[in-house]
Design a protein around this ligand. Structure first.
Ligand SMILES: Cc1cc2nc3c(=O)[nH]c(=O)nc-3n(C[C@H](O)[C@H](O)[C@H](O)COP(=O)(O)OP(=O)(O)OC[C@H]3O[C@@H](n4cnc5c(N)ncnc54)[C@H](O)[C@@H]3O)c2cc1C
Ligand SMILES: *[C@@H]1O[C@H](CO)[C@@H](O)[C@H](O)[C@H]1NC(C)=O
Ligand SMILES: *[C@@H]1O[C@H](CO)[C@@H](O)[C@H](O)[C@H]1NC(C)=O
Length: 455
């Protein structure tokens, strides 16, 4: 809704066609008040961007957040995943096993056990039943390693020695669902897709606004409102020191036979909550092993994005992908971690070589809350990033929530609470680089260059 200080923009430029950018474009295109606004989605890659966090074989969809609001938002998303959004193999509700290592857990003061107890209490409160899947239960407790092996076809090992399976979780075919959303966005006839790389935003210091973006080829795109949704690349375009940083996460894929595909495809996702390692059921005869970790930092000195004329430089972590170096593979440390987890879960596949590896980049914030807000200084700039490794599952609903922030409307208590979480922080963290503290695996503090150099 327009107001005197905030009239309806005649043009909106959205930078980035990932989960955040594309879903926002689709949501805004359907707002009656924006019926005469031109909406442009700009990406440096043709859709789907091969190195975007939103594009991959699979992403986990789980509502078991310890945070009530993300959990509630996921339950909204899951309703849609179970319908048209998840049709044609885009969503599979196979369950998710969260495993722990009980000995280590006890050493750590039983913190995870406590977490699990808390989740179980939560579960009862929500009226979900505990039992075996064949009885139609929502959750199965897995008391030991044997129970864990038994639950997964084709697994001759396990992700831990205790835990539970939430049968109401699943996984989405990330690339397929993004293509589905692209189709929906195009069908509105309201969204123009442009293929070009942003060089910098056009800051107007005298009015504290942005005029649009300058592109790599030197040309300019102007817009009344700019939505910066460049994922892990965002710190290149505004100063996000102490707010959000790029962290590189490892993915390793192996080829399996049609027979193995049939055997593994109905299993739950296997996740070790203690070290962040997980295996998602295979798609198209490819099995994926990955880690939700602190990730690698890739520090680069760049001109201060908001003051390029000053000559000042800042140091920030930025993505480094196969588009920068086609021969890039994951560091030995990450490959070993994936290999160990594969060997623990499916020992008979332990020797199989990776057919492909990838470093996928999170935009990480201190507590893992996203950053979706008007910029505190640049009045007509909305930032939508900070997915912190968990935003994909919300694809069917997140665009509407971001659009609410853009139009400064609050539809319900959930929206209000979420926007509080997503606000630009009152203070930046004392350290420029963010290592998110949720339940990350791997070592904290790893540098990409250093890890790549190890043989
Ligand atoms: C390995 C991995 C595993 C994950 N697992 C899960 C999971 O299991 N469940 C879950 O819910 N979430 C998961 N996530 C998180 C989720 O995928 C992300 O939070 C989400 O995809 C972020 O979307 P985005 O739009 O911010 O970024 P992106 O998808 O990265 O989109 C950013 C876009 O900006 C474009 N861009 C960058 N620079 C420029 C420029 N200069 N000019 C023009 N365009 C530019 C890029 O090409 C890209 O398309 C995972 C992420 C990763 C990396
Ligand atoms: C299992 O998932 C449901 C939603 O799909 C969620 O409400 C519930 O809290 C989850 N169970 C646990 C134990 O976290
Ligand atoms: C799960 O993580 C814990 C903690 O790092 C580790 O000790 C255990 O071996 C892991 N289990 C598997 C199967 O990877």
């Amino acid at each position: 809704m327009g107001s005197i200080e905030d009239p309806v923009p005649s043009s909106i430029l959205i930078i980035g066609s990932g989960v955040f950018g594309l879903s926002t474009a689709y949501a805004l295109a359907q707002r009656p008040s924006y019926a005469h606004t031109t909406i442009t989605v700009l990406d440096r890659s043709t859709f789907p961007a091969p190195d975007a966090a939103s594009i991959d074989a699979s992403r986990i969809v789980r509502a078991d957040y310890s945070d009530y609001y993300y959990s509630a938002l996921c339950i909204e998303a899951q309703k849609l995943w179970r319908q048209e959004w998840g049709a044609e193999g885009r969503y599979h509700e196979n369950g998710l096993v969260i495993a722990v290592n009980s000995a280590e857990d006890a050493e750590a003061g039983g913190k995870r056990e406590e977490m699990q107890r808390e989740m179980m209490a939560n579960l009862k409160r929500l009226g979900l039943s505990i039992g075996k899947r064949k009885d139609g239960a929502d959750v199965s407790l897995l008391e030991n390693r044997e129970a864990m092996i038994r639950i997964a076809d084709g697994f001759d090992g396990a992700a831990g020695d205790a835990g539970y399976c939430n049968w109401t979780s699943g996984w989405a075919d990330a690339e397929a669902a993004m293509k589905y959303l692209e189709k929906l966005a195009r069908a509105t006839g309201r969204v123009e897709f442009k293929n070009a790389e942003v060089e910098s935003l056009l800051f107007d210091h005298s009015s504290s606004t942005v005029k649009g973006a300058k592109l790599k080829d030197g040309s300019k795109i102007e817009a009344d409102l700019v939505i910066l949704a460049a994922g892990a690349w965002t710190p290149k375009y505004i100063d996000l020191r102490g707010v959000a940083s790029a962290s590189g996460q490892v993915l390793a894929y192996l080829d399996i036979t049609a027979e193995e595909q049939a055997q593994l495809e109905n299993n739950p996702t296997m996740l070790n909550g203690s070290n962040g390692m997980f295996i998602i059921p295979p798609r198209d005869q490819v099995l994926k092993v990955a880690r939700h970790g602190y990730g690698y930092a890739n520090f680069r000195s760049i001109p201060h994005p908001e003051h390029p004329e000053s000559g000042a430089e800042i140091e920030v972590s930025l993505p480094w992908t196969k588009m920068d170096d086609p021969h890039l593979s994951i560091p030995k440390e990450g490959s070993d971690a994936c290999r160990d987890f594969l060997a623990q879960c499916i020992p008979h596949m332990a020797e199989r070589p990776w057919s492909y590896t990838r470093i996928c980049w999170y935009s990480d914030t201190p507590k893992g809350d996203w950053l979706v807000d008007y910029h505190p200084k640049w009045k007509n700039l909305v930032v939508a990033t900070g997915g912190s490794g968990h935003a994909y599952k919300f694809l069917p609903v997140v665009g509407e929530r971001i659009a609410d922030v853009v139009v400064r409307e609050t539809r319900d208590d959930l929206g209000k609470a979420l926007h509080e979480k997503w606000r630009w922080p009152k203070e930046r963290c004392s350290s420029d680089h963010i290592w998110t503290n949720d339940w990350r695996g791997g070592r904290k503090g790893m540098l990409l260059d250093e890890e790549l150099a190890r043989k």
